[in-house]
Ligand binder design. Structure first.
Ligand code: ZN
Ligand code: ZN
Length: 475
């Protein structure tokens, strides 16, 4: 079927998808089912299940990520996409080692659940022990005199709040992104943060931390929320451990240092290969600039990277496949399964270095879990007003509202968007995303098949309109 009318096409596709999903809904894929996945019936689920089952955790630059790329090439070819290829790049690789933390004094020793942050230095196998310097927030650490920090293990206790749009991540995440750097500059021997997460489970949330050039990397880890609570309670009690009379006869509290033993032995493996996997739905008009849709193939190593970001790869790929199956679109749809996002967006940067000077009509990314799309945000040229209206109208029946803030794109398309490529964000419900994000709980069973299908429907409707848009709307 040749697509000529973008809106009709989207509506037709959407109706077809809904019919397909109602059939699929009577056969919900069970996480514990042993039967083989039903290829073609539910592409997004199959990609998510197969990638997390057959490869599992896939840290950037490791053999697992390389196996994931081979898996991805084979799957994208099997789905019928064109120009399927790997584009390699090199990166420095960091891997986790032993991880132990305990509070050693002034109470009896107690073990805490900890995970090293990406780029953490090693304590060495024997570990280190030191006094805790407590800070309620990253800003409190920044404001502290060096003497309060020097020679100590810094603890940053800020608690991330749950929001639908995930906006707490940027605010509270600073303690993870930059806390170790700030603590090192003030002479700390290590840094431990409360996990950047909204759950009350004992699985810590990992994630990258960054040291500026010239700043000495120090050991850095995240405690689970209940373990951070425990540390905080001991800190309060240690502050009021003893009382004595001062010179004037008044009773004063004498704090007892709260001490921690820390063993983190991550290693740098040197420079290794990583890579992006790219596939295309070739457009009928070679002069028309492509639509790029992105996800990331790598994951952290604690879970199996189901919500972050196998589901995103499943969603964008299923949508592209549905548009392709409905007939050749005018614009090429380029699918980017980026490598090495988690540890520094190396795949997104490599894509931009290789393709940044090519014209892209619009960029979209799915990297916020698998829960339903609830809002659409645009950052398109003024000429695209009618196009925005068509997309908003196509999405409205699925409970998706039109946002008032400009789209910002995702990490892997960040460089493109910063260079002026238009963007659309299909915002997913992030209410429970940070319960799972970067934890051992990021596993397939957390994905709701019905919400995953809603994502695919929203993406298919959007992509069908974009891929058939006129040059006057998107150049
Ligand atoms: Zn991600
Ligand atoms: Zn992530």
């Amino acid at each position: 079927m040749k697509i000529t009318a973008p809106l009709a096409c989207a509506a037709g596709l959407t109706a077809a998808l809904l019919a397909a999903t109602s059939v699929a809904a009577s056969l919900p894929p069970s996480p514990s089912a042993v039967e083989l996945p039903q290829q073609g019936k539910d592409i997004a689920w199959s990609i998510t299940e197969d990638l997390t089952t057959e490869i599992g955790p896939r840290m950037a630059g490791t053999e697992a990520e390389s196996a994931a790329r081979r898996w991805a090439v084979a799957r994208l070819q099997a789905l019928g996409f064109a120009n399927v290829r790997e584009e390699q790049f090199d990166m420095k690789v960091w891997v986790r080692g032993a991880e132990e933390a305990s509070l050693t004094s002034p109470f009896l020793p107690q073990k805490l659940h900890i995970a090293a942050l990406g780029n953490s230095a090693s304590t060495g196998p024997k570990g280190i022990e030191g006094e805790i310097a407590y800070f309620a927030s990253y800003d409190a650490l920044l404001a502290a005199p060096d003497a309060e920090v020097k020679g100590k293990i810094v603890f940053i206790n800020n608690q991330m709040e749950r929001t639908q749009d995930g906006s707490g991540y940027g605010q509270y995440g600073r303690g993870r992104f930059m806390g170790a750097n700030a603590a090192s500059k003030k002479g700390a021997i290590a840094v431990v943060i409360r996990s950047i997460g909204t759950d009350n489970h004992r699985g810590p949330h990992t994630g990258g931390t960054n040291f500026e050039a010239g700043v000495k990397p120090i050991p850095a880890g995240a405690l689970s929320n209940p373990d951070a609570d425990q540390l905080a309670r001991q800190w309060v009690r240690a502050q009021a451990m003893h009382t004595r009379e001062n010179e004037t006869g008044a009773i004063v509290y004498v704090p007892e240092p709260l001490r921690m033993k820390l063993v983190l032995t991550p290693r740098d493996l040197g420079t290794k290969h990583s890579g992006n996997v790219i596939a295309e739905v070739p457009g009928s008009d070679p002069a028309a600039s492509p639509v790029i849709v992105a996800c990331h193939l790598d994951s952290w190593d604690l879970g199996t990277g189901a919500i972050d970001d196998a589901a995103g790869c499943g969603i964008i790929t299923a949508a592209a496949k549905h548009v392709m199956s409905a007939g050749q679109p005018r614009r090429t749809i380029r699918i980017l399964w980026a490598g090495a996002e988690e540890v520094g967006v190396f795949g997104g940067k490599a894509y931009f270095e290789k393709h940044g000077t090519e014209k892209h009509a619009v960029a979209l990314e799915s990297d916020f879990g698998a829960d339903r799309v609830w809002r659409v945000d645009f950052k398109l040229p003024a000429s695209a007003k009618a196009l925005e209206d068509r997309i908003a109208a196509a999405l409205a029946p699925f409970g998706i509202t039109r946002g008032k803030t400009p789209a910002s794109g995702g990490a892997d398309i960040g460089a493109l968007v910063a260079a002026g490529v238009p963007a659309i964000d299909l915002q997913q419900d992030g209410t429970r995303y940070f319960d799972l994000h970067h934890t051992p709980d990021d596993t397939l069973d957390k994905i709701d098949p019905a919400q995953l299908r809603q994502n695919v429907v929203a993406w298919t409707a959007t992509l069908a309109i974009l891929a058939n848009s006129a040059d006057a709307e998107l150049t």
